[in-house]
Structures are given as C-alpha cells and as structure tokens.
Design a protein around this ligand. Structure first.
Ligand SMILES: [Zn+2]
Length: 684
C-alpha cells in the first residue's frame, strides 16, 4: 500500500517537510555550483519537479553499479503500466510521439500546442485517463487535426496487421474523442458493474459476477496462507470461459519482462549480501514462472533482506487500478537507505507492540504478537511505472495479509521526494487555516506532524489488528471498499496516537501540540483542501480521498452535539475549526474500533453504508469555493517528477562507476524513455 502526500496531494497543500536527517537542502553541498531547480514547468493541473539524490556520489562503485542495474530493470517495465491501464494507451502514445518527433510542418499553431499538451498529460498519467481523478482527458484539438498531423508526418505509425493509416486514425479518434467511450479508468460506482464501466485493461469480455465466480472456485475455504489470486495476470473470455493470461517470461508482456530479468540477473552478481541476493533470485524466479507461490516466496525473501543499503520494489504490486482490487499494476522504486532519518522510524517500530496493545480495538481484534514491522527513510534513485511521474511519499509492503501477519512488513518514507515537495510548497495552509494560532503552530510543528503521521500510518497503522478466524481477505469481504477501509484504518491509527503522551515520552515529539497540528492538517485537508481535486459535479472516487473525507465528515457529524469541529465562515470563506482535541481523539478512536470490527468480521454492509454516506458525495458550493481559492493562489493540484539519469562509466566492458545526472526537460525524458524502453508490441 502506499500513501500519497498525507495533507493533500501536493507539497503546496502539505503540512511541511519531515524532520530527521533527510534534509537534502542542508545535507548536500552545492557541488554543482548552480542552484538546483526543483520545479521545471507547469501544464494543465500539474507541475513537474525534480528531486535530488543526496549521498549518491559518496556511495562505493559496487553499490552504484547495483543501483544502475536495478534502475534499468525498473525502466524496462514502464510501458507495461500503459498497457495495463488501457488497451489503447500504447497506440495513442506512440502515434503522438511520432508526430512530435517527426512532424515537419508548422508547430507554432493552436492545434500542435494542444496535441503536445495532451501528450504531456498522457505521459504524466501513463495513459489517457487522469492519473488521480481517472477521467479521460478531453483533447483540445479536433479529430480532423489528429488526422492531418498523422497524414502529414512522414514516419511509421503503429498499425495493426493489415490496417491502413486511415483505419488507425479512425480507431484512435473514436477512443480519444468520443467522450462516452471508456470515460473512466476505474469506476467504483455502487450501482453499476464496475468492470464494464472501467476502462482498465485487466479484464476483457467479462462481467463482475463472472470474475467473482471464477475466483470463488479457485479460493480455498479456510486457507490461512492464500496466494494473491490474479495479481500478475489479465482475465479474458475465450470460447465462453474465463482464462488468465499470466505476465511472465514466455507469457504476456514477455518482451519487457525478459529485459527486466536480464538486468536483475546482473544485479544478483553485485548483490550486497546473501539475503539481498536471495530476494533478487526469488524475484527472477517469479518473473520466469508466473507462479503465485513464487510471488509469496519472493515477498518473504524481500522481507528478510533488512540489512542491505540498497532496496528495490519491482513487480505487479498495488491493486488500486483494479476495481476488484486483485490485479497489480507494474511499478518499481529503486532506493538506498538514509540512516539518520531512519532512526526516527526505528523508534516507532520498536514500540509497535505498545501501540497494538493500546489500540481502541476490541480485544479479540488486537494482535498478541506484532512481528517484524520495519520502517526506514529512503533516498529514491528512480521510480517507474505506476509510481512515476506521480509518486507516493510512503510505501508499505507486501500487501498479502497472511505474509504481513507471519513475516511482518516493510515500510518506507521517500525522504528526498518529500523534501522536493516541501521546497515548492506555497501559502495554501495559511489560506485554509482559521486563526493565527493555527498558522503559527503549523509553521512550528507542521513538518514534524506530517512526518509522524506518515510514519505511524505506515509502520503501525497498516500492520495493526487481526481478522477473525474464517473471515476472508479484504478484497473478498470488502470488495470495492477494501482499499478505502484500509487507508482509513491506517490514518485513524496515526491520528489516534498523534496526541498520545507516549509520543513525547518516546522523544518523537516535544509536545502534544504537534498532534494538535496533525489534527488541524487532517481536517483542513479532508474537508477543504482536497476538494480542489474534484471537478465540479464529480464524486470522490480515489481511495485515499474517500478515506479522508470518511473520517473527517463522520467526526464532524458525530461531534456536532459537542461542537467538536465547528464550521465557520469569514469574508465568504469557509473554515473548519477544532474546538476540542480530546473529544476529537475519542471520536477517532470510536471510528477506528468500528472500522477494525468491520475488517475483522467482514461486515460488508457496514462499510458500504459508511462509505456511501460519508465518503462519496461532495457539497457543490464548497467544492466551487475551494477551487476558486486555489485558483487565486495559483498552485497546481498535482506534482510529479523527472527522474535522474544514471550513466555507466566503463573501462572496456566493465562498469567501473556510475554518474548521476538530473535532466531538466520532461518531454525530452519521456521521448528518451520511449526510444530506449519500447519493448512491448503496440497491440498486446
Ligand atoms: Zn496507506
């Protein structure tokens, strides 16, 4: 699971940067001499940022070479993500890239600029649906302009076998310009078949009941160690029967997976230690066999690799893009540890049992023995696939409940990414804070509050609690509400303990006021700031957004009698002011216990009622007000990153060192990747 920026998706509306050692601005000498430009450009609703990689130069050559191999393995898989998200993404991407590379005509026209903008948005989202809101992009040019650009570009286009250029144009124009065709990437609408109303490419020709029936037959009742059914395949209907197309060497996406495996095999030769080597070998085995048991073995081996400096996540991992929460989208994160910042997380992880014992859960839903939770702050070297260019700031894996239960989980905070966000944050917190006291406190404690929230969410939150015997895994019991429930649970754990004196006692925060700041940030974000991301008339769809509104709207309503959270209006601007932090904590505890009960007992009706009642609908007037306030501040709603470039330095055939570069041009990087890592056929 991953956490996006906790206090809303951009650093601008984030609380502040975390404490600890991950201070690239301070830690990194101004080696390059020139100022490091974090923000490089803005388009549509995004801004393009860059992160530094402090400490890279100081690594020994062997570690750098290891990072380089893993960097290549990461990028080799990036086009899988495009194809997984929508079956036309690669065809549209490659068609538009050919135009941008080779069109010989006038580029200084409204149509060409609109086409370029559309392509940048496509690159940013790994497809033609918004990376966060999931709605299909509306091209700012006409089908006739697309046709004219294609016909006017003397270059090969990605035709199907036997297809004419005119037929390709018609086929792509249909899916790009017809607003009703595959309008939503992932639909969670409760009153429609979520598969037939979602554009994702995980299923073909099947309805939700057919898929559920297929997996009901495969699930073993009472299995204490169930495999992650569907995690690495696409399910299609062939001659009336459902068939899995498994992603592996020799299977679906083999053209890219063979390259991933090739680089991983090189990485094995320079692994830091036996545990890391074992994990890499298990990952290679999984990519070769496609076996779900091998996937579990890999995850367990990866968990055992706790001492290494370098870490890699590479595979079909997060299931947010599947409306049924089963299929993983390709992603990779390559990183090395930031030892100083990791100490803070270590303190939290060390107290994991204390936190579990003090959860507001019913006794039977607490774990008697919390095992193996480890957390660290990492310095990202490259991200690829579904976590790039838009990135989480925290990751907690693996996602398998039983592996977490028996082997623990690893939790990471992406230190240099968080730092980059914070370098560009604006005055959004000020805009949405009611009084000077709230603003002052946020300026003093905001960064610490944000960091501790992420740490507690990842290290303690996701790992906490246990389900009752005989209750199935989350995606079975909670169906489309599983991710919202799980994210809400983790956020509530962080909130519940934020004001606990234990955090002061552990030396994690100087005063309980840090927790008050966390509460201010959370309520402000959930009820106001995050609405900036909702287009007028739309519902909340994204799991993290739903989870935040669920918590805040529920607490607002249940605290109304005591005026715990008060809605105030000043100069036509709406604010939510917390009047009683202790009572708010009690409310958070009540909701947390209820959500844990729902998860532990598999009470689907209860989660559906809660989510549909509190977490889906948006007040249109408030939505419009928030968007207007953001517009006045001129801060894009989303941020994403240009990745560094690793360049091997060779002596003959041998790589003796690796140089790191920080490209500045987003489009140039996307075209460079398109040239170097286009392994998949256009039509898969
Ligand atoms: Zn989470």
């Amino acid at each position: 699971m991953l956490s996006s920026i906790v206090a809303a998706g951009t650093a601008a509306d984030q609380g502040a940067e975390p404490p600890g050692g991950a201070r690239p601005s301070a830690a990194e000498p101004a080696a390059a001499g020139a100022e490091f430009r974090v923000e490089t450009e803005r388009f549509a609703d995004v801004r393009i940022l860059r992160y530094r990689v402090p400490g890279f130069e100081a690594l020994d050559a062997r570690t750098k070479v290891l990072l380089y191999y893993l960097y290549e393995a990461a990028l080799c898989g990036r086009e899988i993500t495009y194809d997984q998200k929508y079956r036309y993404n690669l065809a549209i991407k490659r068609t538009l890239e050919q135009i941008v590379r080779h069109y010989p005509g006038d580029r200084d026209t409204a149509d060409f600029r609109a086409l370029t903008l559309y392509l940048k948005r496509l690159w940013f989202a790994n497809g033609i649906h918004h990376h966060y809101g999931h709605d299909k992009f509306a091209p700012g040019f006409a089908p006739s302009a697309l046709a004219a650009f294609v016909r006017g570009t003397p270059a090969p286009f990605p035709l199907r076998d036997g297809q004419t250029l005119g037929e390709l144009i018609d086929e792509l124009a249909h899916v790009m310009f017809e607003a009703n065709v595959d309008a939503k990437l992932v639909s969670k609408s409760a009153d429609r078949d979520v598969l037939t109303s979602s554009a994702v490419n995980f299923y073909s020709g099947l309805t939700q009941p057919e898929v559920e029936a297929f997996y009901a037959k495969l699930a073993v009742p009472g299995d204490r160690t169930p495999v992650a059914l569907g995690i690495n395949s696409r399910l299609v209907k062939v001659d009336g029967a459902a068939v899995e197309q498994v992603q592996k060497v020799g299977g679906r996406y083999t053209q890219a997976i063979e390259h991933i495996v090739g680089w991983l095999e090189k990485a094995v030769t320079v692994a830091e230690n036996a545990a890391q080597r074992a994990a890499l070998e298990e990952l290679i085995r999984f990519y070769r066999t496609g076996s779900l048991e091998d996937w579990d073995s890999y995850n367990i081996a990866w968990l055992r690799d706790t001492e290494s400096h370098v870490d890699v996540v590479n595979g079909f991992i997060e299931v947010y893009n599947d409306p049924l929460g089963m299929r993983g989208t390709f992603q990779s994160v390559v990183s090395f540890r930031d030892p100083e910042a990791t100490r803070r997380i270590g303190t939290i992880a060390g107290a994991a049992q204390w936190f579990e014992d003090h959860m507001p859960f019913f006794g039977r839903h607490k774990k008697a023995n919390v095992t193996g939770i480890s957390g660290k702050v990492i310095t990202v070297v490259i991200e690829s696939g579904d976590v790039s260019p838009s990135t989480p700031i925290g990751i907690n894996l693996p996602n398998s409940d039983w592996i977490r239960r028996e082997h623990g989980s690893k939790s990471v905070t992406l230190g240099n990414v968080v730092a980059a966000y914070n370098a560009v944050r604006g005055g959004v917190d000020r805009e949405f804070s009611y009084g000077a006291a709230e603003v002052d406190r946020n300026e003093r404690y905001g960064e610490l509050a944000t960091s501790l929230h992420v740490d507690l969410h990842e290290v303690i939150g996701h790992g906490s609690g246990q389900i009752e015997p005989g209750v199935g895994p989350l995606h079975e019991t909670m169906k489309t509400y599983g991710s919202t429930l799980e994210e809400a649970r983790a956020d509530l754990v962080a909130l519940y303990f934020a004001v606990d004196p234990k955090l002061v006692e552990l030396g994690l925060q100087p005063s309980v006021e840090v927790g008050y700041t966390a509460y201010d940030q959370f309520i402000r974000n959930a009820l106001l700031q995050q609405l900036n991301r909702i287009e007028p008339g739309k519902d909340l769809e994204e799991d993290h957004m739903r989870n935040r509104q669920l918590i805040a709207a529920w607490a607002y309503e249940h605290g109304r009698g005591d005026n715990v959270i008060e809605r105030r209006v000043r100069d036509g601007k709406t604010f939510f002011v917390i009047n009683d932090y202790a009572k708010l904590r009690a409310l958070f505890g009540r909701l947390l216990r209820e959500l844990q009960r729902i998860k532990s007992t598999g009470d689907y009706a209860a989660i559906r009622e809660l989510v549909e009642r509190y977490a889906v609908k948006v007040d249109p007037a408030l939505n419009a007000e928030v968007r207007a306030r953001y517009a006045a501040l001129d801060v894009p709603a989303y941020g994403g990153f240009i990745g560094p470039r690793l360049v091997p330095v060779r002596d003959g055939d041998e790589i003796v060192d690796v140089r790191i570069e920080h490209p500045e041009d987003f489009a140039a990087q996307m075209l460079e990747y398109a040239d170097r890592y286009a392994f998949l056929p256009t039509w898969n």
